[in-house]
Design a binder for this molecule. Sequence first.
Ligand code: NDP
Ligand code: 8X3
Length: 253
Amino acid sequence: MKGYALITGASSGFGEAIAHSLANEGYSLILAARRTERLESLKEKLSHLPIHIELITVDVREEQAVIAAITSLPENVKDRIEILVNNAGLAVGRGPIDQGISDDWNRMIDTNIKGLLYVTKAVVPYLKKQTHGHIVNIASIAGKEVYAGGNVYCASKHAVDALSRSMRIDLVSYGIKVTNIAPGAAETEFSLVRFKGDQDTAASVYEGYEPLQAQDIADSVLFAVTRPAHVNISDITIMPTAQASASILHKES
Ligand code: NDP
Ligand code: 8X3
């Protein structure tokens, strides 16, 4: 019988798709995000499956709230966490460094780096109890390369990439696998958040080519977590066919 997968950012995009894929694979789920109603709706959609689902309403930027949320899970749930998917994250704004807004910078750094650290620290003690614990960090092509106007978002995702490599070293003696997934352009609510609700600008990011869909990322997570015990997928970079690098997208006019 499979244990639990804890997925942060499960209320939208990649996290929601990953929840569907892991639930269909037989994992019970702990779904975390700030928007409770979205999590409840997702739980309802998965209610036909023979799995157990726990919901955590939490802002990953709040360390004490993260600790309290994980600690308050029933013993028979937290003791069976086999997979942690660190997916919650965002970009806020895009532009030259000298025009950056410090509140945007703080939101990205606090969510993408510090939030990931808080959740990881709270969950690793339970992963250590497993014979096959697995952490999947959702980084980005922006964690491999930088692009114009991407500065702080790119820095935050480079940090995720570095943390994936560091975690692999720190946790290897516990048999905990660490997979870093670096997607390119994928059509989710990501750009709507980045451009602060500007729907036209957000839509323009995905015009003229076929972007990745959330399911493409869920497929790569599923691949990583279903390898045999002796195999760790260290890193997956996945981009649309029309994307050659972080900043080169072939768009049909
Ligand atoms: P979405 O905006 O669709 O989803 C982001 C998720 O993160 C939401 O569930 C949101 O939940 C959650 N989240 C954001 N801030 C917090 C917070 N402070 N506390 C808890 N949860 C939070 O975007 P994606 O699905 O595209 O993004 C998922 C991850 O993938 C991010 O880390 C992003 O950087 C990364 N990524 C995205 C790419 C893309 O092109 N879409 C490409 C490469 C990487 P809620 O608002 O309910 O809290
Ligand atoms: C999201 C992809 O290219 O907008 O991480 O940085 S990109």
